[in-house]
Design a protein around this ligand. Structure first.
Ligand code: GDP
Length: 206
């Protein structure tokens, strides 16, 4: 699992501080408390790669993790690979000015980042999509960026409920014209971890 080699590189306050835009990266997005940090930790096999802390300030950064270089099948030179943890949304305590700054930065990042291969959107399987999630899906539809949704905390619902949630989400994809894929996930029960890793590695190779 190449994600096991993830190492913290830097936390950026704006897109100018990100590493040079080459190679391939996949960005993680999600409302605060959806379970994004826990998912990143489960996927990389680190206990505390992404902090599951509730400190708003800390999540107001784009956090970049390096992965081991990708070896293309055709024998070409290895490619730099990264995971980018986008700031969580939904903290009531974050001042509006900071939220506006972040909306602008994320928007610019998604539109301009050439090495960006796809978005992993983390949603709580128990809840309907929120405005932030819909905005991300709209964005992916508009830019034709692949979006893979991890419906996490699946350990909190029955199999039947999980299946229904997945159906509802796939209907949302069709309605919004998103090239989306989705799966059930649980950081706690480690459900769907291998499937998600394979998806992320495949995105990095596109
Ligand atoms: P973030 O704000 O999106 O980074 O969310 P965190 O990863 O910090 O998780 C928010 C809360 O949900 C924490 O209390 C976690 O322990 C809990 N949580 C995260 N993932 C899961 C999961 O798969 N199952 C359960 N039962 N709880 C989870």
């Amino acid at each position: 699992n190449p994600l096991n080699g993830a190492r913290f590189v830097l936390a950026a306050h704006d897109i100018t501080q990100l590493p040079y835009d080459q190679g391939a990266e996949v960005a993680f997005a999600g409302r605060s408390n959806a379970g994004k940090s826990s998912a990143l930790n489960a996927l990389t096999g680190h206990n505390a790669l992404a902090r599951t802390s509730k400190t708003p300030g800390r999540t107001q950064l784009m956090v970049v993790f390096d992965l081991p270089p990708l070896k293309p099948d055709d024998g070409a030179a290895p490619l730099d690979a990264r995971l980018v943890d986008l700031p969580g949304y939904g903290y009531a305590k974050v001042p509006e000015a900071m939220r506006a700054h972040w909306r602008g930065e994320i928007d610019a990042y998604l539109r301009m980042r050439r090495s960006l291969r796809g978005i992993v959107l983390i949603v709580d399987i128990r809840h309907e999509l929120k405005d932030f999630d819909r905005t991300m899906l709209e964005f992916c539809a508009a830019t034709e960026l692949p979006c893979h949704v991890l419906m996490t905390k699946a350990d909190k619902v029955s199999r039947g409920q999980a299946g229904k949630a997945l159906d509802v989400l796939r209907r949302d994809f069709r309605q919004q014209g998103v090239q989306g894929t989705a799966q059930v996930f649980s950081s706690l029960a480690k459900t769907g971890v291998d499937e998600a890793r394979a998806k992320i590695v495949a995105l990095l190779h596109t």
